[in-house]
Design a protein around this ligand. Structure first.
Ligand code: GSH
Length: 225
């Protein structure tokens, strides 16, 4: 059976959503990143990058959330756009835009705003600006069509959904005023039973919530070097 190495945060959530949508059977294995479990040697054999999510499917090991989405879409043939180069080119473009832009800039904006030590003004300004710029591009794209690749719900919408849930934490509580089309996509996906089951997953295990010295050592190792 598929094993999903999971923490209740944006990148694992998108993979859990795909698994719930597809009906594939899977076992959820919690990795408590604030306790440093991502650095366990056994987990590093699965994901040398020491991050969640990762997935093991028999002999196949896949890490990095967007790679896992593509793997699952290819395995099942589900949530993919049409099988032609034009549609696949569009899918790769938007999926990589999420992987290399939305995720990293949103993550760094959160890090500098909420967790980094002072001085941090320049970094907060830089990453908040870039996070806004990327989310505005998604918002304008979604003004033209219901879903990221047109009229059909695909794996790219799941990739966006993982991070869209955190937009108020990333950009501020009033962010939805400026990103109404992202909010519409978020609400649309949140209404799906699979998204509600995904939301429930975080209640199956307990995870450390405090960002104390142990959590900072595990997640921001440069601070103590
Ligand atoms: N590019 C990776 C990023 C994964 C990532 O940053 N995961 C976070 C949770 S959203 C994590 O495990 N953080 C723990 C840490 O940074 O130590 C992906 O898309 O899967």
């Amino acid at each position: 059976m598929i094993k999903l190495y999971y923490h209740p945060s944006p990148n694992p959530a998108k993979v859990a959503l795909f698994l719930e949508e597809s009906g594939l059977e899977y076992e959820l294995i919690p990795v408590d990143t604030r306790k440093g479990e991502q650095h366990d040697p056994a987990f590093l054999k699965i994901n040398p990058n020491a991050k969640t999510p990762a997935l093991v499917d028999d002999d196949n090991v896949v890490f990095d959330s967007n790679a896992i989405l593509l793997y699952l879409a290819e395995k099942t043939g589900m949530f993919l756009p049409a099988d032609n180069l034009k549609a696949r080119g569009e899918m790769y473009s938007w999926l990589m835009f999420v992987a290399t832009g939305i995720g990293p800039y949103s993550g760094q904006a959160v890090h500098f705003k909420h967790f980094a030590p002072e001085p941090k003004d320049y970094a907060v300004t830089r990453y908040t600006f870039e996070a806004w710029r990327h989310w505005t591009i998604i918002n304008e794209h979604l003004a033209k069509q219901p879903y990221m690749l047109g009229s059909e719900y695909t794996l790219v919408d799941m990739a966006v959904w993982g991070w869209a849930r955190a937009v108020p934490f990333i950009l501020g509580n009033d962010a939805w005023v400026k990103l109404p089309n992202v909010k519409r996509l978020l609400d649309d996906i949140n209404a799906r039973p699979a998204a509600q089951r995904t939301e429930e997953l975080k209640t199956q295990h307990s995870y450390k919530t405090e960002m104390d010295a142990e959590a900072r050592r595990a997640m921001f190792p440069q601070i103590t070097q």
